[in-house]
Design a binder for this molecule. Structure first.
Ligand SMILES: Cc1cc2nc3c(=O)[nH]c(=O)nc-3n(C[C@H](O)[C@H](O)[C@H](O)COP(=O)(O)O)c2cc1C
Length: 222
């Protein structure tokens, strides 16, 4: 797949076909993605790839935590978002709920929508991304972001869709327990991965972007 087409067509996928993704295909994706750059080539990423019973246990554990009202305590603080960033978050929710036909007052469907993320959108596989607690500062997180994007782009080449998602690891103790992720590792985020269900309304979302004039500053050009 052409690189520009990949960047333009990648989008977050929030419903998948039940078809499993083979370990061989996931291995190919990861093998390409390990070419991602990182500060001083430190390659801080550590990933745990889960499917089948292990993934089902994590989904179940996440939902149990969520529905019993446990406050999520991610390994790395998430948000809060203020100002225009908060607004963009609201805009995204409006777009998603609009496509899904979920009205504001429909608490049940809103709650079900929120739970989907904690179930990894029912994807047949998920990738949990972590870094060693030895690693300090923001650079390893920056590197992990590059790695995550590279996975998402590479996945497209194999007909796979992805959603990078915090929700899957907002209760890190669950993934830690079922995927045996050591306490010395900080779980940062996760990626739901599988073959997209293109009939699912939210998968038709074309998320917004600000025009380049709003965030680029140029100097020294004619
Ligand atoms: C670090 C990170 C965490 C995210 N967490 C979630 C999440 O928990 N739930 C979700 O539905 N989407 C999540 N997303 C997906 C974003 O909402 C999505 O990337 C954004 O709306 C832009 O849409 P696009 O990916 O379709 O281009 C996350 C994305 C990133 C990069």
């Amino acid at each position: 797949m052409d690189i520009l087409e990949a960047i333009r067509t990648r989008k977050s996928i929030r419903s998948f076909k039940p078809e499993p993704v083979s370990k061989e295909v996931l291995e190919k994706v990861i093998d390409i993605a390990r070419r991602s750059p990182s500060a001083a080539n430190t390659q801080p990423w550590e990933i745990t790839v889960v499917a089948g019973e292990v993934l089902d246990n994590i989904r179940k554990g996440n939902i149990e935590m969520l529905t019993s009202g446990v406050t999520p305590e991610p390994d790395f603080p998430y948000g809060p978002y203020e100002d225009k960033y908060k607004q963009r978050r609201v805009d995204l929710a409006i777009q998603l709920f609009g496509l899904m036909g979920i009205v504001r007052e429909d608490k049940e469907r809103r709650a079900e929508w929120w739970q989907r993320g904690f179930r990894f959108f029912d994807a047949p596989a998920a990738i949990i991304l972590s870094i060693d607690r030895l690693l300090k500062g923001v650079m390893p997180l920056f590197d992990l972001g590059l790695f995550a994007q590279t996975i998402c782009l590479t996945a497209l080449n194999y007909g796979l869709g992805t959603c990078i998602e915090m929700q899957g690891v907002m209760f890190p103790e669950v993934a830690r327990k079922f995927a045996h992720i050591h306490e010395s590792k900080r779980i940062i985020t996760s990626i739901a991965i599988g073959y997209p269900d293109w009939d699912f309304p939210a998968n038709k979302l074309e998320s917004k972007r600000e025009p380049i004039e709003d965030f680029v500053t140029w100097y020294g050009f004619a």
